[in-house]
Structure formats: C-alpha cells, structure tokens
Design a protein around this ligand. Sequence first.
Ligand SMILES: [Zn+2]
Length: 73
Amino acid sequence: MSYQCSQCNSDTEEGFLLEKGDGAMMSSETWVAGKPNKSLFTGLSLRGQTVYNIVTFRCVACGYLDSYALSKQ
Ligand SMILES: [Zn+2]
C-alpha cells in the first residue's frame, strides 16, 4: 500500500508515530519507519473497544506526514 504526498505528490514511505515514554529527553512524537512491534503495546487494556492501526506515511521529498487509520487490530 502506498500513498502520494498530499503536498507535493511525491512517493511516501510507511511508518508509525512513536510516543516517547518516561525518561525521554524530548516530549515530541517520533516517526519510525516500518511496522510497530506488537510488544510496544503490551499492558494496554483495549478489550471491547474498536482499535485501528494508525499508519503514518512520510513523504520522501518534503517530509510531510499523513496519518491513516487503516485496519482493525
Ligand atoms: Zn511531499
């Protein structure tokens, strides 16, 4: 699956946003290429809730990030 950048129509690459936990020097989110490791999310209690995987595509040309809620976990 691939998307074109909505800003400049260049190719994008798939990744996801990582929220840094306690102890991180920076509070901003980090974009990580590829697919998230399921073990990152252990401990969450989401039973009975509808949860979508958020996939964020990064434009290889301008760096613009576009997020999509694509598939249920
Ligand atoms: Zn772009």
